[in-house]
Design a protein around this ligand. Structure first.
Ligand SMILES: NC(=O)C1=CN([C@@H]2O[C@H](COP(=O)(O)OP(=O)(O)OC[C@H]3O[C@@H](n4cnc5c(N)ncnc54)[C@H](OP(=O)(O)O)[C@@H]3O)[C@@H](O)[C@H]2O)C=CC1
Ligand SMILES: O=C1OC[C@@H](O)[C@H](O)[C@H]1O
Length: 373
């Protein structure tokens, strides 16, 4: 990459790749961050050239061909394409691991990989080994982590201590899949397909786990301080017994050292009501965190203190019409320009911690995937 331009290759032309690409187009027109880096999409990979072409026209249209020569290539070719600095991985979970390792070893590409970064810890170790050996930047795209609200609320909680000692965190990310994909969303949808890592835990419960981590005491170490109990309700979303996956998952995290509990839930049956995605209770009051509508994006907080004081702040204007994937893209650009291999917001160690929690919850509920064997 040059110090002013980061060239992206988008891998997979599914739902989230389109959303991410549109936010990159925004960043191209409105460079943000310390280095005002321009984000350029030069390549798109799809199994179908026609689908890739349609993706470009729908999401990147005005940059297509005449400006940046954006074109559709194969999954194999994008890994070694000299016009690409960083690959955005928008593939189903089970396909992240092998594709990322190949892209790092064959093409020495930097990587922004969608959540969950892999299906289990073993796969993640292999990716990190490859990233280390090939000296590339690698980051998990847990987009909510990079929103400005997160750091502000962490400061309010643990530096300003506005709500006193934090006692309890509640978090919910539930998504009504029928509303999102229509009544005919099964059986083709990846969340119903066990071979593609289907189920709530890896797809959406990862958000309440993330919010628990973000808003629990910063000194709390999940490995030594957390005791987790969890439960799952299993169902086959497509009628095939072999595709039975968790439809609803909940957990309680107890940190005895810091005297905090976090509870989280997610389900595919309903959206989160009123956008309340997290609530933090302290001895002096509470902070509620809201998304703009559906989904986990943290864009407003409301502090309510027992002394009657209330403070509300919205971060919506900063989005400027984007969906907030700009923040993770900016982080990639800034880190790569600085020569960093990982981000402190979502470090390799942090991805490992979250992955070990996902492994643990799956083990507690006897949920295994083919790739675990
Ligand atoms: N950060 C966020 O907000 C979100 C993150 N995600 C994450 O992004 C990833 C992709 O999710 P999403 O976009 O919803 O998924 P989609 O099913 O919509 O897209 C996945 C794409 O992967 C490509 N693909 C390649 N091989 C296969 C295969 N064997 N089966 C199915 N698809 C294949 C396809 O693109 P093509 O046909 O072009 O080859 C497909 O369109 C997941 O890991 C998910 O967790 C998802 C939604 C939101
Ligand atoms: O990351 C996600 O957030 C929103 C959900 O609709 C989607 O299934 C999931 O992958």
């Amino acid at each position: 990459m040059s110090s002013s331009q980061l060239r992206w290759g988008i891998v997979g032309c599914g739902i989230i790749s389109g959303v991410f690409a549109r936010d990159l187009v925004y960043l191209n027109k409105n460079p943000r961050g310390a280095n005002k880096i321009k984000h350029v999409i030069t390549r798109v990979a799809s199994r179908s050239p026609a689908k890739g072409q349609e993706f470009i026209e729908k999401n990147i249209d005005e940059y297509y061909d005449d400006v940046y020569g954006t074109k559709v290539v194969s999954y194999e070719d994008i890994q070694i394409d000299p016009e690409v600095d960083i690959l955005y991985i928008g593939l189903p979970h089970t396909l992240h691991h092998s594709f990322v390792i190949e892209a790092i070893t064959r093409g020495k590409k930097h990587i922004l990989c969608e959540k969950p970064v892999t299906v289990n810890s073993k796969q993640l170790e292999l990716i990190l080994d490859a990233a280390r050996e090939n000296n590339v930047f690698f980051m998990e795209a847990v987009w909510v982590r990079y929103f400005p609200l997160i750091r502000e609320v962490q400061k309010i909680l643990y530096e300003d201590k506005k709500v006193g000692d934090v006692k309890r965190i509640f978090s919910d990310l539930s998504v009504d899949m029928k509303r999102l994909h229509g009544d005919d969303w099964v059986p083709s949808n990846r969340v119903a397909d066990k071979k593609l890592g289907g189920g709530a835990l890896l797809d959406i419960t990862i958000y309440p786990i993330t919010y628990s981590r973000i808003f629990m005491d910063p000194q709390s170490d999940p490995k030594s301080n957390w005791k987790i109990v969890s439960s799952m309700v299993f169902e086959s979303l497509n009628g095939k017994q072999e595709d039975e996956v968790d439809f609803c998952t909940s957990f309680i995290i107890s940190d005895q050292t810091h005297k905090q509990q976090a509870t989280g839930i997610s389900s595919f049956s309903s959206d989160v009501s009123d956008g309340l995605i997290a609530k933090i209770d302290g001895e002096l009051g509470s902070i509620s965190i809201y998304s703009g509508g559906i989904g986990p994006a943290p864009i407003k907080y409301h502090i309510k203190l027992k002394n009657g004081q209330e403070i509300e702040k919205s971060f919506e204007d900063d989005l400027d019409g984007t969906l907030g994937y700009i923040y993770e893209a900016i982080e990639c650009g800034e880190m790569i320009v600085a020569g960093e291999k990982q981000s402190s917001i979502m470090s390799w160690n942090e991805s490992q911690l979250i992955m070990s929690i996902l492994d643990d919850i799956r083990k507690q509920n006897s949920l295994s995937y083919e790739v675990d064997l």
